[in-house]
Design a protein around this ligand. Structure first.
Ligand code: GLN
Length: 536
């Protein structure tokens, strides 16, 4: 028996960025999974950073961390939330990484004295990575970041063009997503920008098989046939990608438009009808929440909610687990001077963060949540802030701090571990990816997870300083989770409070709509109790 040929879907975008290419790719993956196919994803990012780890979240959105400890693009989060793929270092490749590897090979003499060029050396490197990401699955979905026409994208597009010839036309489906705006002044949907972006794609030798039209309304047949005519695709290959209220509606919306059917036809795959029962059930429950819970998120990157993408989703998932909707109010910690604005919150969350800016506001938010007994969740830096606040205001260590915020604090309750200090100076080592953690019996963490041994993903340099362990424990801070060898503190709690927990790790990276993360379910449950209490 011959093995089934691996199939590839390439997703490109045009007109402008931010049209939802990542979500569309994820939704396509979920539909193919629902047809019993095994999918994997590859995000190609045309920028020259080797990885997005050093990029400003305001510019680039969240840095998503994989289980194997790689800092990647946030689209990998969409893929993991929509499908069963398990993201690792092979699922995100930047131009920087490709060039780094090509130049490394050149330096080692691996090109045997040849002239190293974009074609074939860079394009071969890209194609090799596409093949690698496609191992052991039925379909690989490759999303090309940026928009068609960007200078940086060219080597990637050229690699994709060659790819179809390499693996056979019938094994590739090109999907192009572009904007079809409705211009109110003339009352018309305009297809010209989309036509231009398809032309741009065709000019580098790529013909789309399917065109996804991002619009705010359903495309009438006349518009679809016009696009089909001008862009040289069948009318039924022009698919409306209408705005949805909730991102999880996307798979069903695409299915209604016949997208998965069309993809399987282009790729010559026979499958039964997709089993979308779980998605339908999810949407039914999302549309009929019993209550609304309001969470105040006190952070630094509040102007761009993409900076907290996974966190937002995990909170919504916590709502799904409690049959309620979650509304997030973003508060800038730098501007938080009066904590009274937090009084109506049903829960308060301090997220991850780097650097000292805005820490005072975060500390005050923690104090308010602790004193007013408002459910509180601190994540990564948020947990470190809990420790600082507790040290200062409960344990009496007035000027306690993290050495990240104040290098000369007399009470460095959050600090580098001694072994880290030796290698600091070179930029330091970040603890990245999945690490095991043991939970203590009788804690909120243990009852939420229902197990003693867990593993969660990390992304931080600083740690709870073990020298302050005893003092803070004696003052009432509960160290409810630690590394299995007991050295690193991973979870802190306080008792005599409805829900107060800080985790050094990022639980949000492991939450999905179908398996809401236990800590978020538990947190939202506590917030929901408070909301019920405030109403009565
Ligand atoms: N800045 C902190 C550290 O490096 C926390 C990082 C984070 O919140 N992800 O330890």
């Amino acid at each position: 028996m011959t093995a089934k040929p691996l199939k590839f879907i390439f997703v490109t975008g045009g007109v402008l960025s931010g049209l939802g290419k990542g979500l569309s790719s994820a939704a396509i993956g979920s539909l193919l999974e629902a047809r019993g196919l095994k999918v994997n994803f590859l995000k190609l990012d045309p920028y020259l950073n080797v990885d997005p780890g050093t990029m400003n979240p305001i510019q680039h959105g969240e840095v998503y961390v994989t289980e194997d400890g790689v800092e990647t693009d946030l689209d990998l989060g969409h893929y993991e939330r929509f499908t069963h793929m398990e993201a690792n270092s092979q699922n995100n490749v930047t131009a920087g990484r490709v060039y780094d590897s090509v130049i490394g090979k050149e330096r080692r003499g691996e090109y045997l004295g040849g002239t190293v060029q974009v074609i074939p050396h860079v394009t071969d490197e890209i194609k090799e990575r596409i093949h690698r990401a496609g191992e052991n699955v039925d379909i690989l979905i490759v999303e090309v970041g940026g928009t068609v026409g960007d200078i940086e994208s060219l080597p990637f597009l050229e690699a994709i063009r060659q790819f179809r010839a390499d693996v056979g036309r019938e094994n590739v489906c090109n999907v192009h997503l572009a904007l079809v705006p409705f211009i109110a002044a003339v009352g018309e949907l305009k297809t010209k920008p989309l036509q231009h972006s398809v032309k741009e794609l065709q000019s580098v030798g790529i013909a789309p098989d399917i065109i996804l039209c991002r619009t705010d309304r359903h495309l009438p047949r006349s518009v679809k046939s016009k696009i089909g005519l001008f862009c040289n695709v069948d009318e039924d290959a022009v698919v409306t990608a209408k705005d949805v209220d909730n991102i999880y509606e996307l798979p069903l919306a695409f299915n209604e438009e016949g997208l998965d059917e069309k993809i399987t036809r282009v790729l010559g795959i026979w499958t039964g009808a997709p089993n979308l029962g779980a998605w339908e059930e999810l949407i039914r429950s999302l549309k009929a929440p019993e209550a609304e819970v309001r969470i105040a998120m006190v952070g630094k990157y509040v102007d761009l909610s993409d900076a907290y993408k996974s966190l937002n989703e995990a909170l919504y998932h916590g709502g799904i687990g409690n049959r309620c909707s979650v509304k997030i109010d973003y508060l800038d910690s730098e501007k938080l001077t009066d904590t009274a604005v937090l009084s109506q919150a049903h829960g308060i969350l301090v997220p991850h963060g780097f650097g000292s800016r805005g820490t005072a506001g975060k500390i005050e938010a923690v104090r308010y949540a602790r004193e007013q007994k408002i459910p509180f969740f601190g994540i990564c830096f948020g947990m470190q802030i809990c420790v600082i606040e507790f040290a200062r205001n409960v344990a009496g260590l007035k000027s306690a701090n993290s050495t990240e915020v104040d290098a000369s604090t007399p009470h460095p309750v959050i600090d580098f571990m001694p072994e880290q200090r030796e290698i600091e100076g070179t930029g330091g080592t970040m603890r990245l990816g999945g690490y095991p953690c043991s939970l203590r019996e009788g804690t909120v963490a243990h009852s939420a997870y229902g197990t003693f041994d867990i593993s969660e993903r990390h992304r931080h340099r600083y740690e709870f300083n073990p020298e302050y362990r005893e003092r803070l424990e004696n003052a009432g801070l509960m160290l409810s989770g630690s590394s299995p060898d007991g050295k690193l503190v991973e979870v802190v709690e306080i008792s005599d409070h409805p829900w107060f927990l800080g985790s050094q790790f990022h639980p949000e990276f492991k939450s999905t709509p179908f398996a809401p993360h236990p800590l978020f379910v538990s947190f939202i449950r506590a917030a929901r109790s408070r909301s019920d209490g405030l109403e009565h």
